[in-house]
Design a protein around this ligand. Sequence first.
Ligand code: PHE
Length: 339
Amino acid sequence: MEEKIKALLAEIAAFSVESEADLETYRRLYTNRKAQINTLFADFRQLPPEDKKRLGQPLNQLKQAANDRLEAFQAQLRQQNMAADRPHDLTLPGDPHMPGARHPLSIVLARIVGIFERLGYDIAEGPEIEDDWHNFTALNFPDNHPARDMQDTFFIHRNPDHLLRTHTSSVQIRAMEEGKPPFRILAPGRVYRNEAISARAHCFFHQVEGLVIDKDISFADMKQHLQFFATELFGANTQIKLRPSYFPFTEISAEMDVTCRICEGEGCNVCKYSGWLEIMGCGMVDPNVLRNCGIDPDEYSGFAFGMGVERIAQILFRVPDLRLYSQNDLRFLQQFEQF
Ligand code: PHE
C-alpha cells in the first residue's frame, strides 16, 4: 500500500488540466467516490493495527493532496474563462450610448414657465379628472353651453359629474377657492377634448393658464405681461394684437395674435398670408367667476389667459402635424435639444 500511495501522489503532482473535460477525468481518477484513493481507504480498514498506525497519516495526506489539486485546477479554469470573455482589442469603439433628448413640448413649456416666473408667477396644479363645477359651472358656463356637450367633453361613465378637464381654466377656480388674493399663478397641464385626431387636432393636448388677481388690475396690466411674454419667447421685434373675442369666464375677452416669426409678417402659408399667428385667449376675469370663488369683485379684479403648448411649439419648431408629438418617433424627438 505504501508503494501505491507514493505512485498516486506522483501521478497527482504530474497531472495537468486544460479544459473542463480534463477536470472531469481528474475527478474520476482521484476524487470521486469510486476513485482509487477511496478503494485504498476500504483496504486500509482491513489492515492489522500496527500497519494502520504507520499508513494512516500518509493515506490522509494523499487524500488532502488530491483535493487541494482539484481546487487549484478549478481556479485555473475560472481564470481561463474570464480571460476568454474579455474583448481582445481594447481600442475598439464601445457600444454607442444614446443620450435622451427632451421632448419638444417640455422644452417649450420650460421656456414659457421661465418667462412668467420672472414676472413673479407661481406654478399651480389641478387634477386632470375634474368635476363639472371647476371645469364649467364656476367658470360661468351656462347650463346649455355647447362645450358641455358630449361632442367636446369626455365624461366619466360611472359619475356623469366627473370629466376629463377640457382646459386648464379649472385650475384658476381651484387656486382661488384654496387661497386668498392676490394671485399670480401659472398652471401648465394636459387637457382633453373629444375631437377626431388629425394633423390639426388631437384628443389631448397641453395648455398653460395664467391668472393674476389683485387690487386695481387692469387690461393694460395684462397687455404688458403678454407683450413681455411674446418678445421674450419669439424675439425682440414681435408685436402683439388683441382681437375682441368671447369666453364665458372673461369679460372683456380677447384673442391674442403675434407677428408671424416664419415670414416676419410678410405673409406665408403658416399664417395663412395674414402676417399674424393666433396664440392665446385672454381677458379680464368675469365678476361672476370671482364671486363663485368667494372673492369680492368690487375689491379685486384680474386677468386670465390660456395658450396651447403644441401650438407654440409648432410655431417655434415648425412642426407640421400635431400627431408627431405623441408618436414617439426618435427621429422626430431627437431634433429639438439644440434649439
Ligand atoms: N380656457 C380657454 C380655452 O381653452 C382659454 C382661455 C383661458 C381664455 C383664460 C381666456 C382666459 O380656449
